[in-house]
Design a protein around this ligand. Structure first.
Ligand SMILES: *[C@@H]1O[C@H](CO)[C@@H](O)[C@H](O)[C@H]1NC(C)=O
Ligand SMILES: *[C@@H]1O[C@H](CO)[C@@H](O)[C@H](O)[C@H]1NC(C)=O
Ligand SMILES: *[C@@H]1O[C@H](CO)[C@@H](O)[C@H](O)[C@H]1NC(C)=O
Ligand SMILES: *[C@@H]1O[C@H](CO)[C@@H](O)[C@H](O)[C@H]1NC(C)=O
Ligand SMILES: *[C@@H]1O[C@H](CO)[C@@H](O)[C@H](O)[C@H]1NC(C)=O
Ligand SMILES: *[C@@H]1O[C@H](CO)[C@@H](O)[C@H](O)[C@H]1NC(C)=O
Length: 536
């Protein structure tokens, strides 16, 4: 697949670039989490957080941020402007009112740039351009003296949401947005005229990793486009048909039109409004204070539910049909009346199983596996759970994963990209993340905190050195075991090599049992409360 090549290209020049992971550049990401803090704190504190954010970015900017990152812009959107905007309209972004014939680019975002165009917009794929024409009428004699094809404005943008990571941004195709004054006779004709706005974005970069697909792509796409109520066309740079297939259920709930493969499609597409680039708020999050209609991450999850529902109903029907077929075959074979009571008892035990809380272990193989997973399964069953072990592969249909998690009460998994599936859990269910040595910060930032925002009960289980496979590899006093922070501070390549790629977990079941018990009791209590609620 195309994206695999991309990874290899990426990994050579800069060794800290990730293949599998989200936990790169910790220092820079620290900045972004304080951006979030700024937003969630009461207004009086926001100034303080802004100062922390600015100083943090200022200190590390020379190491991580490219030339396009402009500190002056950051300062110009300082606290005075911020608080003014709060009073007037929290949701008003810099380009919320663009006049026709102009391009407005908001480059103040830490994670992405976004440009808005309005007027006579026409795509020109072969020059990676989107033109905005301000035409001069034929019959105006004055206009003939004006130089034809005069460029009024030229903006360049890479429509990808990891602006601060120059190494990955270097691989993203750049678009030219050009506003031109032209004689209307010179304008290229429209091959396809669209009555709805366009949203342009890139599916390059880290696409291929499920965390990045949701965090950098699908959620920002939701944030940017849900307000159009499906009346929007997606124009995709680095279009992959596997991605369209994988996310088709979701895409069809965001847009009712087929997406356009920008670089392949040399027809001229015409629009009257275009948004280039995606808005992004935080790790796997939707900040409702920045959304029209106060939409939140729960609304995003509701959209997932709606999106996967038809497919899941289909799967259930297929299974029922198969089960009936089996039953019929069994009857034909046995032809004895004894088969009837048998099927009754199995129905009875099924009902008991249904009342048991359901627990899913999202299992990894290779690194960061739970080596005593079968004992964990046994213990969970003893406690009273109905247990399922899920081994999602890259090719596993998301609807199938959604189905399992949506009907579960507890999800357990070791820190890694597959934890992104916590979003498939219903709010108020339990998510236990097993946190290997050296991954505390990343585990909480990328999954723990977002899970809390979704309304899950989150338990981070930070393993003790003895539960790590590294315990047998290094001396007890080695900083790798005693002080992982000192190692991860040395850089991404250390984190990756030592803690991510070569660590397994053997759970201390006695210690883990306490967490499982808590999760069990919480689930039972919750379902009792739910019942009471229903009876009232
Ligand atoms: C407020 O923001 C505008 C850009 O929207 C900028 O031109 C101006 O200088 C800012 N004012 C202050 C006081 O920061
Ligand atoms: C010709 O110019 C006049 C004003 O100068 C304008 O009202 C009219 O719409 C123009 N006609 C065309 C065909 O552009
Ligand atoms: C989309 O366009 C690219 C060219 O940029 C091409 O390589 C790819 O095959 C196209 N994909 C599909 C599904 O048409
Ligand atoms: C698009 O390009 C292909 C070859 O790259 C060509 O065969 C086709 O005619 C072009 N279509 C248009 C509408 O220009
Ligand atoms: C917006 O949503 C939040 C919770 O996400 C809620 O507390 C608040 O009341 C809502 N505001 C409006 C205006 O609906
Ligand atoms: C997810 O679970 C809820 C509650 O059990 C149910 O109402 C909903 O239909 C499920 N969603 C799908 C897509 O099956």
């Amino acid at each position: 697949m195309v994206h695999h090549h991309r990874y290899h290209q990426l990994r050579k020049p800069t060794e800290y670039i990730i293949k599998d992971e989200e936990s790169q550049n910790h220092v820079v990401m620290d900045c972004s989490s304080s951006v979030y803090c700024k937003r969630t704190q009461p207004k009086l504190l926001s100034f303080l957080f802004l100062i922390i954010f600015l100083s943090c970015c200022y200190v590390f900017a020379p190491f991580f941020l490219g030339p396009s990152f402009s500190l002056s812009l950051l300062y110009s959107y300082g606290p005075e402007n911020d608080s003014n905007q709060d009073v007037v309209d929290v949701k008003a972004s810099a380009c919320s009112s663009v006049s026709s014939g102009t391009i407005c680019c908001d480059r103040s975002g830490y994670r992405s740039d976004i440009c808005v165009m309005k007027g006579d917009i026409r795509t020109h794929a072969s020059s990676s351009s989107i033109f905005l024409y301000n035409s001069i009428s034929h019959n105006n004699s004055v206009s003939r003296t004006i130089e034809e094809d005069q460029v009024l404005q030229h903006e360049k943008i890479k429509p990808y949401t990891r602006k601060w990571e120059t190494s990955v941004m270097d691989t993203i195709d750049e678009l030219n947005l050009v506003a031109k004054k032209v004689n209307s006779g010179n304008v290229q004709g429209c091959d396809v005229q669209h009555d709805v706005p366009a949203v342009f974005f890139s599916n390059g970069g880290y696409t291929g990793n499920v965390y990045h697909e949701f965090n950098d792509g699908i959620i920002p796409l939701y944030i940017t486009s849900q307000r159009f109520n499906k009346k929007v066309v997606f124009v995709i740079l680095e279009y992959h048909s596997w991605w369209i297939t994988k996310y088709g259920d979701i895409l069809s709930h965001l847009s009712e039109f087929p997406p356009i493969n920008f670089s392949e499609d040399n027809r001229t597409h015409c629009f009257s409004k275009a948004i280039v680039g995606l808005k992004i708020h935080d790790e796997l999050a939707v900040d409702s204070s920045l959304m029209e209609g106060n939409k939140s991450i729960v609304d995003f999850r509701n959209l997932l539910d709606k999106a996967y529902s038809p497919r899941i109903k289909g799967l259930i029907k297929d299974e029922e049909r198969e089960a009936q077929e089996k039953l019929r075959q069994q009857r034909q074979i046995s032809l004895s009346p004894s088969s009837e009571p048998e099927s009754k008892t199995s129905q009875g035990s099924q009902q008991i199983a249904q009342t048991k809380p359901k627990l899913v272990i999202v299992s990894r193989s290779g690194s960061r596996a739970i080596t005593n997973e079968n004992l964990l399964v046994k213990m969970a069953e003893e406690i009273g759970f109905k247990v399922k072990v899920l081994k999602p592969k890259k090719t596993t249909e998301l609807a199938k994963i959604y189905r399992v998690l949506n009907e579960s009460d507890v999800m357990i998994g070791v820190h890694g990209a597959a934890m992104t599936h916590f979003m498939f859990m219903k709010p108020r269910s339990v998510f236990i993340q097993v946190v290997p040595l050296g991954t505390n910060w990343a585990a909480d930032t990328y999954y723990g905190e977002p899970a809390r925002k979704l309304g899950l009960k989150y338990i981070g289980y930070e393993i003790h050195p003895k539960e790590s496979s590294l315990y047998r590899k290094y001396d007890k006093n080695d900083p790798i075991l005693k002080d992982p922070d000192s190692i991860t501070k040395k850089g991404w390549e250390y984190t990756k090599k030592i803690y991510l790629d070569s660590q397994n977990v053997k759970l201390d079941l006695r210690r883990f049992r306490k967490r499982l018990h808590r999760a069990y009791e919480y689930t039972i209590l919750r379902s009792k409360l739910n019942l009471q609620h229903q009876q009232q």
